[in-house]
Design a protein around this ligand. Structure first.
Ligand code: UDP
Length: 261
């Protein structure tokens, strides 16, 4: 069991990237527990804000087998609140690092679920070049509104069961991917599922991550906002208003529901 740090009501695993990869490898090498396919979530500021009001997302987080800090502000807040997390473990880096690890030793079967039509196919092509020992055994881009369609959900679970992946990479955006896996992980035939947002787009070269200097400076969000302003400006404005309040509240010992933390 990894050490945890409680930040804004989220029990975040206090691990570095190599420990997160070691955990994933151990899940992949063992049987699926009776509670279902283990899943990983990667909170950023937006998740922390959403979680305060979205009870379904909170429940999904409570059932996650590993919670890894995606954004710099989560790390900064953890230090400010004296619950220090050792480093960022973003989903978009976790996936390539996991593939590197299996390329170095072993073999991995991967199912890519999400991203726009055709994108996962291009991701699989790139993966074949870069990580020949990582086999993409299935891809699927679900249609709009799929999450509310029980026949479609059953179809997705069947596709995954037939493909027999070790890992499902879920790129459906937040909070959809977390809610979906929480609802279906008991029926999912895979050793691990990773809720990692735009990672399939990054693997495909469809979207570019921010330049390294921006990542290091903690302003990757600015790069994302400039590349998708219509979708992200409103979200980031709300997050910039609420997140500092969450930090201040925890600092003064009270959470948003008025409970002592
Ligand atoms: N996406 C999807 N189906 C949906 C909604 C989103 O496949 O119903 C994909 C979208 O194509 C993109 C990813 O989810 O590949 C969005 O990830 P991102 O991390 O940008 O979303 P966020 O979590 O920031 O909303």
């Amino acid at each position: 069991m990894n050490p945890k740090k409680n930040l804004f009501g989220i029990n975040i695993d206090a691990v570095r990237m190599p420990e997160a990869i070691a955990d994933l490898r151990s899940w992949i090498e063992s049987d699926v527990p009776a509670t279902g396919c283990r899943f990983v979530v990667t909170p950023n500021v937006d998740h922390a804000v959403l979680l305060q009001e979205n009870l379904a997302l909170r429940a999904a987080y409570e059932d996650a087998a590993m919670i890894l800090p995606d954004g710099h502000p989560i790390i900064w807040a953890s230090r400010l609140l004296r619950q220090p997390l050792p480093e960022r473990v973003p989903g978009s880096e976790l996936v390539p690092k996991l593939f590197d690890s299996f390329q170095a030793s072993g073999e991995l079967r991967v199912f890519l679920l999400g991203a726009a039509e055709g994108v996962a196919f291009r991701a699989a092509e790139n993966m074949k070049q870069r990580w020949p020992r990582v086999q993409t055994v299935g891809i699927y881009s679900p249609p709009l509104g799929f999450e509310k369609d029980s026949a479609e959900n059953k179809r997705i679970l069947n596709l995954i069961a037939q493909a027999k992946p070790d890992v499902v990479v879920l790129g459906l955006g937040a909070p959809k991917q977390e809610l979906w896996i929480h609802q279906h992980h008991r029926q999912m035939k895979a050793k691990a599922a990773l809720c990692v947002g735009a990672t399939i787009d990054f693997l495909a070269g469809e979207k570019k991550r921010a330049p390294v200097w921006m990542q290091r400076a903690g302003i990757e969000w600015l790069h994302r906002m400039c590349s998708e302003p219509r979708r992200l400006v409103k979200r980031y404005a709300k997050d910039a208003w609420i997140f500092p309040q969450l930090v201040l509240r925890q600092m003064s010992g009270w959470d948003r529901a008025g409970q002592r933390t």
